[in-house]
Design a binder for this molecule. Structure first.
Ligand code: PEP
Length: 246
């Protein structure tokens, strides 16, 4: 049995106080385990508090939602990978669709961010996924291939071996519309035919659909946005999914 990965992307939610409260309840509800990996991606402003709350839980990794590709300098409002590492993160989320499509970050920026993450000692969850019009034009695989190639273009093979991919069809993120398990499986198998890496599924994962998605042979975990804001939902997703594999 593969060890599944469950990542919570809190997006722009939960400042330090709420982070402390969430994690206290979450840790009580989710006892230490070595049969799955959990990653929490809080807001950058809550990283230090989250790191402190997780200090006795090495089974739960801390990630940063976004980094700048430069190490330091005149980039008002940005955080570098080394600053995120210093704040307790060990993973960086790169290429999330909100970064790509809301903030206009293209493949070149994604590539630079992946390289910056490794330079600072972080690993990467690289997000890829097509927009609805790209799926309708039958260009899904070409888009995902392009995003993957760009994402790893500045990494060496040892670094590539340490990343995880998150396949997140843009039309399923925050929309309540989930890819069918078959569609997710098809794309995960495609990605794995290119890169032998863990592939998480993201896009409106909920307690009701997690088990079915995770039961697919090439779905190695989930990247959860909206549902991760509810502690009970996120715990249920992690548990439903593990049950479906045992
Ligand atoms: C995400 O933010 O990566 C995500 C998949 O969001 P949601 O679960 O809300 O669709």
């Amino acid at each position: 049995m593969k060890k599944p990965v469950f990542a919570a992307n809190w997006k722009m939610n939960f400042g330090p106080q709420e982070t402390r409260t969430y994690l206290k309840t979450f840790l009580d509800a989710f006892p230490k385990t070595d049969d799955r990996t959990v990653i929490i991606f809080p807001s950058a402003i809550s990283l230090v508090v989250a790191g402190f709350a997780l200090r006795d839980r090495p089974d739960i990794l801390l990630g940063v939602q976004n980094i700048h590709w430069e190490e330091k300098g005149a980039f008002t409002g940005e955080n570098s990978a080394s600053m995120a590492r210093d704040a307790g993160a060990s993973v960086a989320l790169v290429g999330h669709s909100e970064r790509r499509h809301t903030f206009g970050e293209g493949d070149e920026i994604t590539a630079k961010k992946c390289a910056a993450a490794f330079k600072a000692g972080l690993t990467v969850v690289l997000c890829v996924g097509e927009k609805l019009e790209e799926r309708d034009r039958n260009t899904t695989q070409a888009v995902v291939l392009r995003q993957l190639k760009a994402g790893i273009s500045r990494l060496n093979s040892a670094q590539i071996a340490r990343i995880a991919i998150a396949y997140e069809p843009v039309w399923a993120i925050g929309t309540g519309r989930t890819a069918t398990p078959e569609l997710a499986q098809e794309m995960h198998a495609f990605i794995k035919s290119l890169l032998d890496l863990p592939v998480l599924y993201g896009g409106s994962v909920k307690p009701e659909n997690a088990a079915e998605l995770l039961a697919q042979p090439d779905v190695d975990g989930a990247l959860v946005g909206g549902a991760s804001l509810e502690i009970d939902y996120f715990v249920a997703i992690c548990e439903a999914a593990v049950r479906s594999r045992s």
